[in-house]
Design a protein around this ligand. Structure first.
Ligand code: AKG
Ligand code: FE2
Length: 506
């Protein structure tokens, strides 16, 4: 089935679908109006005739022409009219809609996008009101706020996830907006308070659950469940006060290194260490192709060494990669090294496509460039992965190499036969308005997406062991459509290019 929330690029297709549906709906409205217009005209013309005739029916019908026309009308014209009234002009729209309905977002998309809002709220420490009012960078794009019903839907998505902490936040937001005078059609204070008090109770906050239940009983005094809960909460609270039970804490949003990095709080480096990071033009020791056009190289981090190259490809190249990838985008998966199978996971919300060197001359050209810049053999690299992130799109902390231990007989990436992923080339082919940084939680490095620049690092230590300091993540995209193109380089072919050491240091 089609999935949309995991890629803004895929979602853009839906906007065109909506345009076509709207055009078809307008055709239907026009046809319905034409039909009604015809019916009205007929009825009006008849009204005069009939009111004249009815004044003196016998006299009217005594005229043979009148009699002829009258019988004809009653015999044929009324029947024709009935046919017209009965005729269905909605077929076009209905069949148009039905043929597309398979390719419209399903419930998983709705859950996915609601989860995304909650994820963004946690990662970027935004309160529910800020989120509901859409007060984010890029606010000029916002058409309308979340309504009471929208907030309720986000709360329900969290509830289905057993995420009572966020259910509480969103039900409370809905209640606040209700108090501010919104008039939703399908949601009322009763149902909001019902959920609100229940999830407070589930989180062990009996005092607040009691307050919420009392509010519910004010508007619905007969509510049986609320009355039972009231008794239950009061009894348990009394016990608690005698110290029998302590408050359990609900799941609070985690505030770990990863999320702090996503918010742009990088680890402080000592000024000395910082000053040793260099920025220079890079020609890979005089590679002939790079002497003519060297790349600006910036050292982002020292241990592990992470470098960024600016202006690696042109705007046109990037447009080509996106255009080639767009129709092939599929939900990104994560490969389980043990079972060798790939699965879609919540920790990776994006869609991707793979481009071969031969798919376009510009793809092959960039791959050759990577070889020139890094000095590595590109013949064992994987195809170019083009990825586009969705709403709150992310890739939680992971390493790019396949974990293995020397005593294990399984060879990493056995199906490729090219050894492990020795290095990662991560090219940003879009900017991102807010969020979406690439961060390295084990060391504290942050790489912000800069269109046309590529970040490069070695995943393996010189002896072939995986370097866990290279663990990294793509932070949730707050505002924007983030596109990247990765090239994963493998061990085979690099034996004489990157000299291996016996010890695992770099
Ligand atoms: O998109 C990013 O910033 C990082 C992507 C990444 O780590 C991956 O695809 O393995
Ligand atoms: Fe990665």
């Amino acid at each position: 089935a089609d999935e949309f929330y995991s890629s803004i690029g895929r979602m853009t297709e839906l906007l065109y679908t909506e345009q076509q549906l709207l055009a078809s709906l307008n055709d239907y409205i026009q046809a319905e109006e034409n039909k009604l217009e015809t019916v009205k005209r007929w009825s009006e013309s008849l009204a005069n005739l009939s009111s004249f005739a009815i004044k003196n029916p016998e006299r009217f019908l005594s005229h043979p022409v009148n009699a002829f026309k009258f019988l004809k009308r009653m015999n044929r014209e009324w029947r024709d009219l009935e046919g017209l009234v009965r005729s269905n002009v909605s077929d076009g729209f209905v069949s148009n809609f039905n043929s597309r309905s398979e390719h419209l977002p399903n419930d998983d998309d709705l859950t996915g996008v609601a989860e995304a809002l909650v994820r963004l709220q946690d990662t970027y420490q935004l309160d529910t009101d800020t989120m509901a009012k859409g007060k984010l960078p890029g606010t000029s794009l916002l058409l309308s706020n979340l309504t009471v019903e929208d907030c309720y839907d986000v709360g329900i998505a969290a509830y289905r996830d057993n995420d009572f902490y966020h259910t509480e936040l969103w039900m409370a937001q809905a209640l606040r907006q209700l108090e501010q005078g919104e008039t939703p059609e399908n949601v009322d204070a009763g149902i909001l308070l019902d959920y609100h008090s229940f999830v407070l109770y589930k989180q062990g906050d009996l005092k607040s659950a009691l307050v919420s239940t009392k509010r519910l009983l004010e508007i619905d005094p007969e509510n049986e469940r609320a009355n039972q809960n009231l008794k239950y909460f009061e009894e348990h609270l009394a016990k608690q006060q005698t110290g029998e039970e302590t408050l359990k804490k609900g799941r609070a949003p985690y505030n770990n290194v990863y999320e702090r990095l996503c918010r742009g709080n990088s680890m402080e480096m000592t000024p000395l260490r910082q000053s040793l990071l260099s920025c220079r033009y890079h020609d890979n020791h005089g590679h002939p192709n790079l002497l003519i056009a060297p790349f600006k190289e910036e050292e982002l981090w020292d241990q592990p060494r992470i470098v960024r190259y600016y202006d690696i490809v042109s705007e046109e190249d990037m447009a080509i990669y996106k255009a080639l990838a767009q129709p092939r985008l599929m939900r990104s998966k994560v490969r389980d090294g043990k079972t060798e199978k790939s699965y879609p996971v919540r920790t990776r919300v994006s869609q991707n496509a793979w481009l071969k060197d031969r798919d376009h001359e510009r793809v092959g050209r960039m791959v050759r460039r990577i070889g020139e810049i890094t000095g590595l053999d590109m013949s064992t690299a994987e195809d170019l992965q083009v990825a586009n992130y969705g709403v709150g799109g992310q890739y939680e902390p992971h390493v790019d190499f396949q974990r293995f231990s020397v005593n294990e007989s399984v060879e990493p990436y056995a199906h490729l036969g090219t050894g492990n992923r020795i290095a990662t080339w991560l090219l940003y082919i879009s900017d991102v308005q807010a969020g979406g940084a690439t961060v390295f939680p084990n060391v504290g490095a942050i790489a912000w997406p800069i269109k046309g620049s590529a970040v490069f690092w070695y995943n393996l230590l010189p002896d072939g062991q995986g370097n866990y300091e290279t663990q990294h993540a793509a932070c949730p995209v707050l505002v924007g459509s983030k596109w990247v193109a990765n090239k994963w380089l493998h061990e085979r072919g690099q034996e004489f290019r990157r000299r291996c050491g016996l010890q695992s240091s770099t």
